[in-house]
Design a protein around this ligand. Structure first.
Ligand code: PMV
Length: 312
């Protein structure tokens, strides 16, 4: 039996601008995770079991663009020609996840990474991180069209990541652990749509929005420094500034703004929406002892769920 787990993720700074080549920061959320377990099957064939989504199917019955099928085929393609999907002994791939789906916590990428790692290890050909991340990126494309690649990167490396499209991965150390509260509006918001909305704005007035992307990129660069040095008050201010720019980009929403304000009023050092926006999650930087009070305030302001995470 081979098991592999991958964490969730949250974007701290730079969403949307990252699509236009600016840097973004994201961290793993280790309090939630996806786990893939591979067992030898009783007979031939590759079976996929994901009870959380009511899936129990042989690989060949799933459409090729099903994300789980794509992850499995990706592993075999990477290991070919020495291994072939039709010539392998039967296996059962069991998937379980505590990462809320479609809420900007990277559940899709985490499932892909867990499956790719567990399966390649089971086949005695464990893939290096670079390959794992690249394969998970191919699966991400099926979900999102043109993802920047930040999800598969931070989840594969399971470390804080300073991400720039097309650049080598830069992980970094935080100066001291810090606490984030993630507040979920409960409003499903497809990232594809908010990314397309920003694209429309940009096409209508490139110079205006390029300036905003520059400002966001500058914030992400500064934020990395504050995290490395443990300057939490300054980090909080940068979150507020990034949120204001995301509002200008029209990707916030009244519900997100309400949670951000409630966080700040109840003692957070900074707060902003996170990810695609127009729903989904926001984050608040809090002192650990204040986390319960801020979580209560977020719930009163409409948060469906809160997650406290320690970034280290
Ligand atoms: O909603 P999330 O957490 O998947 O993040 C989307 C981040 C964007 O920058 C808006 C898109 C991307 O591909 O990076």
């Amino acid at each position: 039996m081979t098991t592999s787990s991958a964490p969730g993720k949250i974007i701290l700074f730079g969403e949307h601008a990252v699509v236009y080549g600016r840097p973004a920061l994201a961290v793993p959320v280790t309090e939630v995770q996806a786990t893939a377990t591979i067992r030898p099957g009783a007979g031939p064939g590759i079976w996929i079991e994901a009870p959380d989504i009511g899936l129990h199917s042989e690989l060949s019955r799933l459409p090729a663009d099903h994300p789980l099928a794509a992850a499995v085929h990706g592993v075999f393609a990477a290991l070919s020609p020495s291994l072939h999907v039709g010539r392998t002994e039967g296996v059962i791939i069991h998937i379980a996840s505590t990462i809320p789906v479609a809420s900007g916590l990277g559940s899709g990428a985490a499932v892909s990474v867990a499956v790719i790692r567990a399966l390649s290890a089971h086949l005695r050909r464990p893939l290096p991180d670079e390959r794992v991340s690249a394969l998970a990126y191919e699966v991400e494309k099926l979900h999102h069209g043109t993802p920047s690649g930040i999800d598969n990167t931070v989840i594969t490396y399971a470390k804080p990541v300073y991400f720039m499209k097309g650049q080598p991965v830069e992980t970094f150390q935080v100066g001291a652990p810090f606490t984030l509260l993630i507040g979920d509006t409960g409003i499903p918001a497809p990232t594809k749509e908010s990314v397309a909305a920003v694209r429309k704005l940009w096409e209508a007035d490139k110079s205006r929005w390029e300036k905003i992307f520059d400002e966001i990129g500058e914030i992400a660069r500064n934020a990395r420094e504050k995290i490395v040095n443990g300057e939490w008050k300054k980090l909080g201010s940068l979150m507020n500034a990034n949120h204001a720019l995301l509002r200008q980009l029209t990707v916030s929403s009244p519900e997100l703004d309400r949670l951000v304000e409630a966080g700040l009023r109840s003692g957070a050092l900074g707060a902003k929406m996170s990810g695609g926006g127009r729903g989904g999650n926001m984050i608040a930087l809090v002192e650990r002892k204040n986390a319960p009070a801020v979580a209560e305030a977020l719930k009163s302001a409409g948060a469906r769920r809160t997650i406290v995470t320690q970034v280290r």
